[in-house]
Ligand binder design. Structure first.
Ligand code: SF4
Length: 89
């Protein structure tokens, strides 16, 4: 998969980013991630049981940010729009 396709896939699957239903827990609650879905600092973490979390990379360097932000994030001082490459250079 190309880097651009991989990034598009990551973005599209990250729209609903916490507690994604899984084989282990098909009734798990799904919560929209809000700004984190499009933020360059958001890291998508998937547990062995299929639950998906958003981890904020800014929390490593600034304690003002929650490591696992409460979703959906509607306002955030650290938000930076994720840049999607077109795949054409
Ligand atoms: S900086 Fe804000 S919007 Fe970006 S990942 Fe962290 S909590 Fe989410």
């Amino acid at each position: 998969m190309s880097a651009a396709a991989d990034e598009r896939s990551r973005r599209s699957t990250a729209i609903f980013c916490t507690m994604v239903s899984s084989k282990a827990n098909p009734s798990a609650k799904t919560v929209p991630a809000g700004l984190c879905d499009r933020c360059t600092h958001a890291e998508r973490i998937q547990s062995d049981r299929g639950t998906v979390y958003i981890r904020c990379a800014l929390a490593r360097v600034n304690p003002a940010f929650a490591k696992y932000p409460r979703l959906p994030v509607l306002q955030c001082e650290g938000y930076e729009e994720m840049k999607l490459s077109s795949g054409q250079e």
